[in-house]
Design a protein around this ligand. Structure first.
Ligand code: ADP
Ligand code: MG
Length: 288
């Protein structure tokens, strides 16, 4: 039977916008030693702004942005939303003929008979397109049209207001290791990692690589020690499912993430994670 105190704990958490799907997850939070975060939409706002546009010379900046916006028409990735916002015009569905979202890479689409590729360096390399590595720091979105590299767009995201405080609180609660996993470039990952005081950053990961990183950490810890993964569920539902406790950001997060998670943070604030651990510890003191 479940001790009554756990219901009190779940209730206290829900009042703070933390939905716990079972008392076993609250109990597991007591023994958390490793906390692994996704970057985009989890520690950062997931709201990118276009900071600069760099066509190779084959077209204008406006045209380059237009190609990218057409390619991103159906994607719910935060990068896609930012590019559509910057473009700011309505895109006609009938112009789009083929659409393929390539997880951890970007988009391949056919628009009025032209093949457009929009995504990261990995995608360009996969398609054997050569380009000069941009010197700007930020998330780089490369664009190719009909197998010709045509330029890149630089976009940037900001860390959430409470991310740094959340990491400091976790250290005070005795968390052994805070880690960030990202599909974004190493320069971007390292900048965020330093800004937030994270112990480890692993960048340029595909969704399946994120699962592999969790498995490596799992092998380091004792069976009693628990590992939490916190994500927004865009590309990371397998990782949410693999962790001892999967925590999803419920506001920005996808329905799939809310489904796959054990705990959902309705307000999207990373500081709710130390709050949840505090509630778990308080609950354990009452129950035993
Ligand atoms: P993260 O949440 O850590 O950024 P994702 O797996 O969601 O990781 O994305 C990894 C990378 O793949 C992004 O940083 C981006 O470079 C590229 N990417 C993914 N989806 C898109 C998209 N719709 N448009 C452009 N690039 C994308
Ligand atoms: Mg993501």
């Amino acid at each position: 039977s479940i001790p009554l105190g756990f219901f009190g704990g779940i209730g206290a958490a829900s009042k703070k916008g933390i939905l716990v799907k079972g008392s076993n997850y609250l109990e597991a939070l007591n023994d958390v030693k490793y906390i692994v975060f996704d970057k985009t939409g989890t520690l950062t706002k997931g709201v990118f702004n276009v900071t600069s546009i760099h066509p190779t010379g084959a077209m204008s900046k406006e045209e380059l942005l237009e190609y990218a916006a057409f390619a991103e028409v159906h994607s719910n990735h935060p990068i896609a939303q930012s590019i559509r916002n910057a473009y700011g015009q309505v895109i006609k569905e009938e112009d789009i003929q083929g659409y393929n979202e390539i997880s951890g890479h970007g988009i391949q689409v056919t628009v009025n008979g032209k093949e457009i590729l929009v995504g990261n360096a990995k995608l360009m390399t996969k398609e054997q397109l050569s380009f000069k590595e941009p010197s700007e720091i930020g998330t780089i979105v490369h664009v190719a049209v009909d197998k010709q590299y045509v330029g890149y767009i630089v976009i940037s995201d900001e860390v959430k207001e409470d991310s740094a405080q959340a990491i400091r609180s976790l250290k005070k609660l005795g968390i052994k290791k805070t880690v960030m996993l990202t599909g974004d470039a190493k320069t971007v990952g390292d900048t965020v990692g330093k800004q937030l005081g994270l112990d480890e950053v692993h960048a340029e990961l595909l969704p399946q690589h994120k699962v592999a990183e969790i498995e490596k950490l799992d092998a380091q810890k004792s069976p009693k020690e628990k590992l939490v993964f916190v994500g927004d569920g865009i590309n990371d539902t397998p990782v949410l499912a693999r962790a001892d406790v999967g925590i999803a950001m419920g506001g920005l997060g996808s329905d799939a993430a809310i489904e796959a998670a054990d705990i959902v943070i309705m307000t999207d604030e990373p500081s709710k994670i130390p709050t949840a651990i505090g509630i778990a510890r308080h609950t354990r003191r009452i129950v035993w």
